[in-house]
Design a protein around this ligand. Structure first.
Ligand code: NAD
Ligand code: DAU
Length: 351
């Protein structure tokens, strides 16, 4: 497994940065290229600690640029692709769906075409790993879990674009013999999470004593996984997964939003030295997200039994480590919440 040349897309984002760090440090014999357009969600600060490693290379570029992607693949002749680059926020997809089609569908197509072109007739040992989401399965009622055979039923422009890209990856496998794997993961949380998403947004608002905007009645349920455990799963699937297979990844850790927010408030009060019960007073029920999926929950039995993966961190512990990270990195939070972030916040929450 030495001397492998890998392309990781979206490695300056939340999950991608943890994947880059794990692989760069664990596989010194690999050549790891991180391609990222550095959109509002991409931040080189996320991977500053590994940028000097000799097996790491950064390329600034856009996956929607087909000519650029073709040239890059021809020049570098990658052995493997781990594709994370995407527009990832559901609320933004409701405001600007086309941006999601461009990056998530067309961008993925460009990568598939480029990989197909360089691997045609010599695909032994090559692998296209597409990172997807549990949102492609739509919404569960009170019972049941998503398995790898659950029918796709996406409800938001974001999940529709991810579902579409998953279908194209599978189609390239069936039609052209492209060696691929896909994983569909539940909600991640942890260090470097951009504060447009629930947990980091609420951490930031609690610090600043701002309202905590809970959508609808707060009874929506998500399955939360610590991002470092997701990165471990990605490493495992990339190296040990079977071509043409899909693996669901989840935390076995379902929380109703309102209960999660109360736990977060409790931990934040303790961290800030505020009286217990201070931060829950910031909870404000606001207008619901259109098309809001009621419940996601993953059955991660397949990756557990076939590849031996399981989460390593409990939610309470992971949340504590996450909160600690935001307190230890106030300048990161200050920088990402300056400028355009404020504009987004005011529009989303109708200030
Ligand atoms: P993110 O928004 O934090 O990061 C996305 C990264 O992709 C950024 O660095 C951004 O600059 C880059 N990017 C965006 N458009 C690009 C383009 N056109 N060309 C090149 N780079 C571009 O996202 P994330 O939360 O880290 O998610 C990463 C992947 O994992 C996505 O594919 C997402 O669908 C999937 N996923 C996320 C979660 C989650 O809870 N965050 C769960 C399951 C799956
Ligand atoms: O399930 C995997 C998905 O998880 C990923 O594919 C997405 O990229 C990722 O963004 C995440 O999607 P969600 O929509 O579930 O995450 P978000 O953090 O935006 O919201 C989590 C829940 O909290 C959801 O029910 C909406 C609610 N919410 C969110 C925000 C930002 C609020 O109540 N208030 C808020 O301000």
């Amino acid at each position: 497994m030495s001397n492998r040349k890998l392309l990781i897309t979206g490695g300056a984002g939340f999950i991608g940065s943890h994947v880059v760090r794990q692989l760069v440090l664990k596989y010194p014999g690999y050549e790891i290229h991180n391609l990222d357009a550095l959109t509002y969600a991409g931040n080189l600060e996320n991977i500053k600690d590994v940028e000097a490693q000799s097996n790491y290379h950064f390329i600034k570029g856009d996956i929607t640029d087909a000519d650029f992607i073709d040239r890059l693949f021809q020049q570098e002749q990658f052995d493997g692709v781990i594709h994370l680059a995407a527009e990832s926020h559901v609320d933004r997809s409701i405001k600007d769906p086309l941006a999601f089609v461009k990056t998530n569908v067309l961008g993925t197509m460009n990568l598939l075409n480029a990989a197909k072109s360089i691997w045609q007739g010599k695909s032994e040992g090559k692998r296209f790993y597409h990172i997807s989401t549990d949102e492609v399965y739509g919404s569960l009622g009170a019972e049941g879990l998503f398995t790898e055979t659950t029918a796709y039923d996406p409800n938001s422009p974001y999940s529709a674009s991810k579902a579409s890209s998953d279908h194209f990856v599978r189609a390239y496998g069936e039609t052209y013999g492209l060696p691929y794997v896909i994983t569909n993961c539940s909600n991640n949380y942890g260090p470097n999470h951009f504060p447009e998403k629930l947990i980091p947004l609420f951490i930031n608002n609690i610090i600043n004593e701002k309202p905590l905007p809970v959508y609808g009645d707060g009874n929506y349920t998500r399955d939360w996984l610590y991002v470092i455990d997701h990165a471990r799963a990605i490493d495992l699937v990339f190296h040990k997964g079977v071509n043409g297979e899909t693996y669901n990844i989840g935390g076995f850790n379902e929380w109703r939003n309102i209960d999660l927010v109360k736990l977060l408030c409790k931990q934040m009060d303790a961290k800030l030295g505020r009286n217990p019960g201070t931060s829950v007073k910031l909870i404000t029920f606001v207008k619901d997200r259109p098309g809001h999926d009621l419940r996601y929950a993953i059955d991660a039995t397949k990756i557990n039994t076939e590849l031996g993966w399981e989460p390593s961190v409990t939610f309470e512990e992971g949340l504590r480590q996450t909160i600690d990270w935001y307190f230890d990195n106030p300048q990161w939070l200050a920088r990402v919440t300056s400028g355009a972030y404020q504009e987004y916040y005011d529009t989303q929450y109708e200030k």
